[in-house]
Ligand binder design. Structure first.
Ligand code: NDP
Ligand code: GDR
Length: 370
């Protein structure tokens, strides 16, 4: 039985990966942070009472900023594979917390690599590093592949570039099996609520159900290559099963504007939108509503641009070339963008109905505009 350690096990990817590895028969250890409330929603369905015997899913308290903690855990767990997914992963927030982001995302990766080296596990433990299309930043070349030069545009991307290169360096210097997965944006029904896709599917669901009037976004022109997290976590595992330790781009090869993602999400609820104006003057209105369940008037405004969501430096266009992963590892994504939007909208419409029941029961419902 293989043993895996997943940092960031409570995040979107960590939750899907934990489930995936458990199904493959792994013993899975996850790092979770201490919080003042329970923060394990995404993995609660995998939870096992720690008093049981033969536990297969074990969560440990830890933090990427605490070397002693990471060294002790790796020594105790002796993992065959480490998936380093923990990170302050929000690009806009990294402009507000640049030092912490550098520490957790950049130095945190060094701490994992160095712990494995110090403990003499270089030949036993394989390491996956969660690298990102944000490394490409300012467009140098499209589509972006393993050979495209980097030009990071945020404290997050700069921290991740350190993590990328320190992973390559430890591979070359110490012969460690350490790989970067350069993953383009991937989303799901359990995506964090403040990333743009989930913000949109939540708002579209709430507006359809009459729980919210309108919502606000920043740059509607940004283009992203969006895939489904379930397809991408499968590739993380495939990367660590390959004969050679290498770096891999994972992407769908298609790009879409934020504006079109908004259109697709509302369309999933039977709502057609019309966009008017440009830049910070841009707004979206209901053009038609074909779903008799939702009482939306034609002409009702549902979206406005708020410059507070503009980034000091933006990444305008991401589109990935995953030919190497397709041909060498046989990775083919099962979801396209339409299937992803459908999955997210179906889930959020169901989830938001809970709020509708609460509202009908007289409870106050909060709208989140973050
Ligand atoms: P999430 O933000 O959903 O999850 C991040 C995880 O890291 C959470 O479990 C979080 O804990 C944990 N974490 C954050 N800071 C620390 C810390 N200091 N110590 C320990 N744990 C910490 O991210 P995703 O699942 O979407 O992404 C996974 C990884 O992949 C990240 O490294 C991200 O940067 C990278 N990535 C993501 C892409 C995407 O499109 N999703 C694309 C490319 C790369 P908590 O739950 O307590 O907050
Ligand atoms: P990104 O994802 O920055 O690509 O990083 P995010 O969903 O935050 O932004 C995508 C694009 O949408 C634009 N945008 C908005 N973004 C947010 N969050 N909120 C808004 O209101 C809004 N309006 C417009 C952004 O400007 C941007 O252009 C994600 C994270 O998962 C990273 O951890 C990961 O490395 C990269 O994807 C690949």
């Amino acid at each position: 039985m293989k043993v895996a350690l997943i940092t960031g096990a409570t995040g979107q990817d960590g939750a899907y990966l934990s489930e995936f590895l458990l199904k493959k028969g792994y013993e899975v250890h996850g790092l979770k942070r201490r919080a003042s409330l329970f923060n394990t929603d995404r993995v609660d369905h995998l939870y096992q009472d720690p008093h049981e015997e033969n536990l297969k899913f074990i969560l440990h308290y830890g933090d990427m900023t605490d070397s002693t903690n990471l060294i002790r855990l790796i020594q105790e767990i002796q993992p065959d594979e480490i998936y380093n997914l923990a990170a302050m992963s929000h690009v806009q927030v990294s402009f507000e917390t640049p030092e912490y982001t550098g520490n957790a995302d950049g130095l945190g990766t060094l701490r994992i690599l160095e712990a494995v080296r110090m403990l003499g596990l270089e030949k036993k433990t394989r390491i996956y590093q969660a690298s990102t299309s944000e490394l490409y930043g300012k467009v140098q070349e499209v589509p972006q592949s393993e050979t495209t030069p980097f030009y990071p545009r945020s404290p997050y991307a700069v921290a991740k570039i350190y993590a990328y290169w320190i992973t390559v360096n430890y591979r070359e210097a110490y012969g460690m099996y350490a790989c970067n997965g350069i993953l383009f944006n991937h989303e799901s029904p359990i995506r964090g609520e403040t990333f743009v896709t989930r913000k949109i599917t939540r708002a579209a669901s709430r507006i359809a159900l009459g729980l919210q009037d309108k919502f606000y976004l920043g740059n509607l022109d940004a283009k992203r290559d969006w895939g489904h997290a379930k397809d991408y976590i499968r590739m993380m595992w495939m990367i660590l099963q390959a004969d050679e330790a290498e770096d891999w781009v994972i992407a769908t090869g298609k790009t879409t504007t934020v504006r079109d993602f908004v259109r697709m999400a509302f369309a999933e609820a039977g709502i057609e939108l019309e966009f008017k104006g440009e830049g910070i003057e841009e707004n979206a209105f209901v053009k038609s509503c074909s779903n008799p369940e939702y009482q939306l008037e034609t002409g009702k405004q549902v979206l406005a641009v708020d410059p507070k969501y503009f980034r000091p430096t933006e990444v305008d266009l991401l589109i990935g070339d995953a030919t190497k992963a397709n041909t060498k590892l046989g990775w083919i994504p099962e979801y396209d963008l339409a299937a992803l939007v459908k999955d997210m909208m179906q889930s959020d419409l169901k989830l938001m109905k809970k709020d509708q029941y609460l509202k009908d029961g007289g409870y106050r419902i909060l709208n989140y505009f973050e």
